[in-house]
Design a protein around this ligand. Structure first.
Ligand SMILES: Cc1cc2nc3c(=O)[nH]c(=O)nc-3n(C[C@H](O)[C@H](O)[C@H](O)COP(=O)(O)O)c2cc1C
Length: 374
């Protein structure tokens, strides 16, 4: 039996089967061709498709060209649809058994310099545009539309991005004290994803299309997700517990548990050698999510910092019942063939935790591993 046998057991996500527990987490490549899948993007995902991953979550795809966090971010829209159909077809031709999910997002106030920094938060900072009630309605419609386009690409599902400080995450915060239907009470703050998911389910043509979401259980900012009040920075996870319960009631198929806001509380999102122990918080959040997840599968995050030890940690967390899937982010850039190499007991290029990929993203350059370039 393989030493990491647990990681190679199959399990269900919704009504689909994932062949193993390896999840390639979404990683922005900033290499689109005016929103379309470029040759470089295609090459990256074709390499990943050769890696024997159970699930590949394709990076954050913006629902329109006005909400980009990266100037060369991918956009899922009618005008780019053909390039995504080709991407999925090419990946499926390499490995039809890997489940492919597309992460759908609107960058909100994290939209890049060339944009208006639209925000849902009631008190916009200078230079930010406070979205109107109607504009948010429009964005919700675009989200719904993007998910329906995602189904047309041939992908197996979508990841509804509600994490890392982007617009979907802004809504959920106690700091969202808007006085319209999108803010204030927890019911209003969760309206964006709740209504969208109900509408999406009615319009999807397939009932096996996977719907999941990625959250930041605790963002580490005043009034952020995982706090108790708009002016409180201290961790209190009760509201996020309730949000996960809502997702379970809405029959989401999985919850992808993350934390922090890259660029603000980056060490929580992606621990580095000097902040290695933050991974234990991520494990704690995933374990807690399980209590409220009902039949949703739980994906854990932030394993790359453990390098080779992430395999053992993944096995342990699955066997304890804390998670169903182990998610790797930076490791997918260091070695897109990671699960395949582990299975075949070949030598793996482990992420050196140099943060080179993050620096490329911040500099608005195409993202990749600078130690093991592909
Ligand atoms: C360059 C880079 C791009 C990322 N892009 C995304 C993204 O598109 N969507 C997302 O949810 N998280 C994104 N993340 C976060 C990762 O998915 C992951 O949560 C984080 O790197 C921690 O996992 P790790 O320790 O295994 O790298 C990104 C992280 C990095 C470093």
């Amino acid at each position: 039996m393989h030493i990491y046998n647990t990681l190679f057991t199959q399990t269900t996500v919704g009504s689909r089967i994932a062949k193993n527990r390896f999840v390639s987490q979404p990683m922005e490549g900033n290499d689109a061709d005016k929103g379309k899948v470029s040759p470089r993007t295609l090459q990256r995902y074709k390499e990943l498709a050769q890696g024997n991953w159970g699930i590949i979550i394709v990076e954050a795809l913006s629902i329109n060209a006005n909400s980009l966090a990266r100037k060369n971010q991918l956009v899922l829209h009618e005008s780019t649809l053909a390039s995504f159909k080709n991407l999925i077809a090419e990946m499926k031709a390499i490995d039809p058994d890997t489940l492919i999910l597309l992460q759908i997002t609107h960058s909100g106030r994290k939209s890049g310099k060339a944009f208006s920094h639209p925000t849902a938060l009631y008190e916009p900072e200078p230079g930010e545009h406070l979205l109107t009630t109607e504009e948010i309605q429009q964005i919700q419609n675009e989200f719904i539309h993007a998910v329906l386009l995602a189904e047309q690409t041939g992908a197996d599902g979508v990841d509804f991005k509600l994490c890392h400080g982007y617009l979907g995450c802004e809504f959920l915060r106690p700091a969202n004290i808007r006085e319209d239907k999108w803010g204030g009470s927890l019911e209003n703050r969760t309206r964006f994803f709740r209504e969208a998911i109900i509408a999406i389910r009615k319009e999807l043509t397939s009932d096996t299309f996977i719907l999941g979401s990625r959250i930041s259980y605790y963002e580490g900012i005043r009034g952020g997700c995982g706090t108790a009040a708009a002016d409180d920075p201290v961790e209190n996870l009760e509201e996020m517990d309730a949000i996960i319960s809502m997702m379970a009631e809405l029959n989401f198929d999985y919850i992808n548990v993350s934390a922090g806001i890259p660029g603000v509380t980056s060490e929580i999102t992606r621990p580095t050698p000097t902040s290695k122990w933050f991974y234990l918080h991520q494990f704690r959040y995933a374990r807690r999510a399980r209590r409220f997840a009902g039949s949703m599968k739980v994906i854990g995050s932030a394993f790359s910092v453990l390098q080779e030890g992430s395999l053992e940690a993944g096995v342990e967390n699955i066997e304890r019942g804390d998670i169903d899937f182990v998610g790797w982010g930076r490791q997918t850039l260091a070695d897109p063939l990671f699960p395949k190499k582990v299975l075949l007991q070949e030598s793996v290029d482990y992420c050196k935790l140099c943060s080179g990929c993050s620096r490329l993203m911040v500099k608005q350059e195409p993202v990749g591993c600078i130690i093991f370039p592909r």
